[in-house]
Ligand binder design. Structure first.
Ligand code: HAM
Length: 426
């Protein structure tokens, strides 16, 4: 029997799960403070949901299968397309913008390596409709706020606009799949392949030069005037640049100054149309990108109206790796606050009664389920990390009393059953 895990998957044990829970609940709190509401969509979808925009090539990167009814399905590689599907099916009439967030696992058939898995988690959001510089700025500010709240250090927000590169290509009549292919080569950072492809294309050498220059452009907002000069006469690209300029101004209103303009961002998924951003933690190495997002128009691709949307997703596993490598105190909760230890078989029944009473009061309680001797019980309680043990002795019970043992100091105090709760409330 094969007992090993499938390639690119992981098991998570208690401590790691606790850490993940703390981070997820912090993100939930922040997203909800920005008025996002949680949704959940299926783990698998019709395969066509993902091939519609990206073509059949994407199948290579997916987990797809036929079910017993011969339906072509896929494990979701991301959640933006599912959310757009959900919007089309149920929310077209809702007032906009619609602000949603999600936390769930995604599957990609990739070559596993550090920080790149076949099953991984995304924590992300989508704002459908209501596109404006303010909406884009708020989304970026929320991503940044989330990371600050988690006290992540050394993250870099890179901001760009796909309309600049796409605008240049549009004006050269490079559209559709060819354009997407070029964007893909830029995204992968494959300068050689890009050059080969552009050399074979009919793009004017002058335009090629501008493309190479733009891809390399990184810096502060001072960059914008330089780009304007470079794009003279290329109206479509200039339009996108003006949009980016407005976004930069608006970001100031959100007290966002700590980002880098990076016009080389192309994004791997081909539904993006406007502003794009990525967040990197360089110390993570090759898989340093912990977040990606931008403006897109998937609803229109799916046959709906033109409803521009913006969103992003944190790669939850990479975010965790960055936090853990910085040894962040994630306020880990122990398995239980209190352990109830019956000292003799006769007090076992009473022990369960006390445990239930405390649990109903909101205290996390573990009780001996293994009919063990006291010494073993205490060492088990110690391993669980509980701070207090309630010793239930026969004679104490007769007097309505219990012995409370503080596991840190070793001190024991006799307390009345009635007062127990006051003594153990954390
Ligand atoms: P993405 O950049 O493909 O964007 O994925 C978002 C994040 O998921 C990445 O930045 C990365 O941290 C993480 N990630 C991707 N693949 C893996 C993997 N194999 N193992 C571990 N982590 C991974 C999207 O998926 C878009 N749907 C984001 C979005 C939402 N755009 C608009 N709305």
């Amino acid at each position: 029997m094969e007992l090993s895990r499938p390639r690119g998957t992981r098991d998570f044990l208690f401590e790691e799960m606790k850490q993940r829970k703390v981070v997820a609940s912090t993100l939930k709190r922040i997203f909800e403070n920005y008025a996002y509401q949680e949704i959940k969509t299926p783990i698998f979808e019709n395969l066509s949901l993902f091939t519609q925009k990206s073509g059949d090539e994407i199948v290579e990167q997916l987990y797809n299968f036929k079910d017993k009814g011969d339906r072509e399905l896929a494990l979701r590689p991301e959640l933006t397309a599912p959310v757009a599907r959900l919007y089309m099916a149920q929310m077209q009439k809702s007032p906009k913008p619609i602000k949603m967030y999600y936390y769930g696992s995604c599957f990609r058939y990739e070559r596993p390596q550090a920080g790149r898995f076949r099953q991984f988690w995304q924590f992300g959001c989508e704002m459908i409709g209501g596109k404006s510089p303010e909406a884009d700025a708020e989304i970026i500010a929320m991503a940044s706020h989330s990371l600050k709240e988690l006290e992540l250090e050394g993250f870099e927000i890179h901001l760009g606009h796909l309309g600049i590169l796409r605008g240049i290509l549009d004006e050269e009549d490079i559209t559709g799949k060819t354009q997407d292919h070029i964007m893909g080569l830029i995204d992968k950072g494959e300068p050689k392949l890009l050059q080969e492809f552009l050399d074979e294309s009919e793009i004017e050498p002058d335009t090629q030069k501008i493309l190479y220059k733009i891809i390399e452009m990184k810096g502060t907002s001072k960059l914008l005037s330089e780009v304007k000069e470079l794009l003279k006469g290329r109206n479509k690209a200039l339009e996108a640049l003006f949009e980016l300029e407005e976004l930069v101004e608006t970001l100031g209103m959100f007290q966002m100054e700590d980002y880098v303009l990076n016009l080389g961002i192309a994004r791997g998924l081909d539904y993006y149309s406007g502003m794009v951003f990525e967040i990197y933690v360089p110390s993570l190495g090759a898989q340093k990108q912990i977040c990606g997002g931008g403006t897109y128009n998937l609803v229109e691709t799916f046959g709906g109206e033109k409803v521009e949307s913006t969103g992003f997703a944190f790669g939850f596993d990479r975010l965790m790796a960055a936090l853990i490598s910085q040894k962040k105190d994630l306020n880990l909760k122990v398995a239980a606050d209190v352990f109830i230890a019956p000292i003799s078989p006769k007090t076992r029944k009473a022990a369960f009664g006390i445990a239930q009473k405390l649990r109903y009061q909101g205290i996390s309680v573990e009780v001996d389920l293994g009919r063990r001797k006291l010494k073993k019980l205490l060492s088990y309680a110690h391993n669980l990390g509980v701070r207090k043990v309630v010793l239930v002795g026969e004679r104490d019970l007769e007097e309505g009393k219990l012995t409370l043992k503080d596991m840190e100091t070793g001190n024991q105090t006799l307390v009345s059953e009635k007062e127990l709760l006051e003594h153990i409330r954390p």
